[in-house]
Design a protein. Structure first.
Length: 637
């Protein structure tokens, strides 16, 4: 019975098994390799802004018996954008972080907001693609001297140049985000401007606001005129993480501009007019501000002025306010266009030919170049007449006598008048009044204060002698009258030189000022030498230089830290009896003297600390000595 029962149980069990079909076993399918886009925090993303920093990873690769190289490619771009390597034991790898600069643009410059990424492993068939949405980088614009965000009005708004290209534009000070610069007030030219450093800090606040508003990691910067110096300072000294893709500068004075010497002579727009003085830019700023942190620099020079008599306060080629030599005074990629300075930020040709192609740079067009060596070429300083300053009341006029010495090939005059209302007439050395015209004398009247002068004209091969310039008030001259500054830029004739023994002295340190007048190798006997020194507050001090033949000198000390403008005026008589007058424009930046009281306290503290250490060491030695003496006196057991 037991066997039968056991057999029955087995039979039932077998029957049950046979009654139900066995479940189908699933065949293991390995997951397909996967491309992932990771942001700076390591999170997976499918949307970025051009220039964002990302990593690419490839995972779930089948095992291999060899080391492998993974190359990631962007659709429409011929070269790999990133690589990573894995050994034969690994099934995935991740690239180092890199910038996606240019990813919004195809190699042909077309907008490409939808991109796809593929990967090749040791040159095998592509894996992927994975899709990625790319937004364009925002564009931040930086205005120049005595200007505002409205300088970029042609670039902004739904019908502006940028919107037509599908780009978003932000101009510093426009209120879209916080941050505004102060480079000079047209309604109050005597009001103090920010320093370049202070404006760079304001630019930093604005850029940070744009990044937060757009989510972008980087922006493109476009700067006009003095804005180029501000952006250079920002990139070198203020920028913490690299947030600038590229810098585009329009007519920026990389070696300064002498046109700034006219309003500076009246104490206007300080310290900005001193910070763009050639001696300051070349001897102080360019020496100190050299870092680019991998940001490519591009510059555009306006070159419509080719004749010297048409350039009142620069050499040529020039855009009226800034010369080609100044724009290219530091190593950078530069182009030229025949557009005046005040139109460089407005011209559609400038945008189409220079700005737009750079904004549409595709991947691979942003080289991470090292900082260039040196501080750039300064070039020989220009020669200027005495600077005439004064005031013309309503209904009145003033006559100025400008001596022109022998051997002169050019005399080009510049007038600064903050009211832009004075009328000018000129009598040559013959005594005849000259009818000024744009064709014969390069007569130009400029309403835009960014050019730093109001009216200019010039003469080729002027006749030696006394030239007389009459400034006359007109109906538009305000009831308060008009302050003016006038100077002539000379080629040929006598040459003036002036030097400072230190351009970054400490407060209280003696600075030796020397000057000379004469043609090369031949001195002209000086009859008078004077230096007008404007301190950081704008106050003016005059000192006489001791004259010895064709040379003069003086010793001076800065009373307070900050930027000083020093105008050295020289007068002499040439061998032919002709009077000679020249002015040399210098600048220095006085440094705060060391805190002697603080050093004294520090020294006293150090002495006290050393004394305490000495006392402690002496006490330890005595204590150890007593312990040894005590142990020697104790009987041994």
């Amino acid at each position: 019975m037991r066997l039968s029962w056991m057999a029955l149980r087995l039979g039932l069990a077998g029957g049950l098994v046979l009654s139900y079909p066995s479940p189908t076993l699933a065949v293991y399918q390995p997951a397909a390799p996967e491309i992932q886009v990771l942001d700076a925090e390591g999170s997976r993303v499918d949307r970025i802004t051009d220039g964002d920093q990302i990593r690419l990873s490839l995972a779930l690769l089948p095992p291999s018996g060899t080391d492998r190289l993974v190359q990631f490619s962007l659709d429409g771009h011929s070269s790999p954008v990133a690589t990573c390597a894995l050994d034969k034991e690994e099934q995935g790898c991740q690239t180092p972080p890199f910038e996606t600069l240019g990813w919004y643009w195809s190699d042909s410059g077309a907008a490409s907001p939808s991109r796809s990424i593929t990967a090749e492993v040791n040159g095998t068939a592509p894996i992927g693609p994975t899709s990625l949405h790319v937004a364009p980088r925002p564009v931040v614009m930086v205005h120049g001297f005595a200007s505002s965000w409205e300088a970029w009005i042609r670039y902004l708004g739904p019908s502006g140049y940028l919107a037509e290209s599908g780009l978003s534009g932000f101009a510093v000070g426009d209120g879209q985000v916080a941050g505004s610069m102060k480079t000079g007030s047209l309604t109050d030219p005597a009001e103090r401007t920010n320093t370049i450093a202070e404006n760079a800090t304001a630019l930093s606040e604005y850029i940070e606001g744009v990044k937060k508003a757009t989510g972008a990691h980087q922006v493109d910067l476009i700067a006009h005129s003095m804005g180029g110096l501000i952006t250079r300072y920002y990139i070198d000294r203020v920028m913490e993480a690299k947030d600038v893709a590229q810098l585009l500068m329009l007519g920026s004075p990389m070696a300064g501009t002498d046109c700034a010497d006219l309003p500076a002579a009246l104490g206007l727009y300080l310290p900005a007019t001193l910070e763009i003085r050639p001696s300051y830019v070349t001897d102080v700023f360019n020496v100190d501000i050299t870092g680019r942190h991998g940001v490519p620099f591009h510059a555009l020079a306006g070159v419509p002025i080719l004749e010297g008599f048409q350039a009142p306060c620069t050499d040529v080629p020039s855009d009226l306010a800034v010369s080609l030599r100044s724009v290219t005074a530091i190593p950078l990629e530069a182009r030229q266009i025949p557009v005046l300075h005040m139109n460089l930020n407005l011209s559609e040709d400038v945008f189409r030919e220079f700005v737009q192609p750079l904004l549409q740079t595709p991947p691979g067009g942003f080289p991470n170049e090292p900082d260039p060596p040196g501080s750039g070429a300064a070039g020989a300083p220009l020669q200027f007449s005495r600077v005439f300053t004064g005031h013309v009341a309503p209904g009145e006029e003033q006559e100025l006598t400008v001596p022109i010495d022998s051997g002169m090939t050019l005399a080009s005059f510049a007038l600064y008048d903050s009211t832009r209302s004075l009328d000018v007439s000129v009598r040559g050395a013959s005594g005849n009044t000259i009818e000024l015209s744009p064709e014969a004398n390069g007569l130009v009247v400029v309403r835009d204060p960014d050019t730093l002068f109001y009216l200019g004209y010039g003469f080729q091969n002027p006749r030696p002698g006394a030239w007389r310039v009459t400034l006359k008030a007109t109906k538009p001259t305000p009831s308060t009258g008009a302050d003016f500054a006038l100077a002539a830029h000379f080629l040929g004739g006598a040459q003036a030189e002036a030097q400072l023994s230190a351009i970054l002295p400490q407060v209280g340190e003696e600075v030796t000022l020397t000057a000379s007048l004469g043609p090369p190798g031949m001195g002209i006997a000086l009859t008078e030498a004077e230096a007008s020194i404007r301190d950081p507050s704008g106050a003016l001090e005059s000192i006489e230089l001791a004259v010895a033949g064709s040379e003069a000198g003086a010793i001076w000390t800065a009373a307070v830290p900050g930027l000083y403008g020093i105008d050295v005026s020289l007068k002499g008589t040439a061998s032919d009896g002709m009077p000679v007058e020249r002015t040399v424009f210098l600048a220095l930046e006085a440094q705060a003297a060391p805190d002697r009281h603080g050093w004294a306290l520090l020294l006293t503290g150090a002495v006290l600390l050393l004394t305490l250490i000495g006392v402690a060491v002496t006490w330890l030695r005595l204590h150890r000595g007593r312990r040894r003496s005590s142990s020697q006196d104790t009987p041994r057991i």
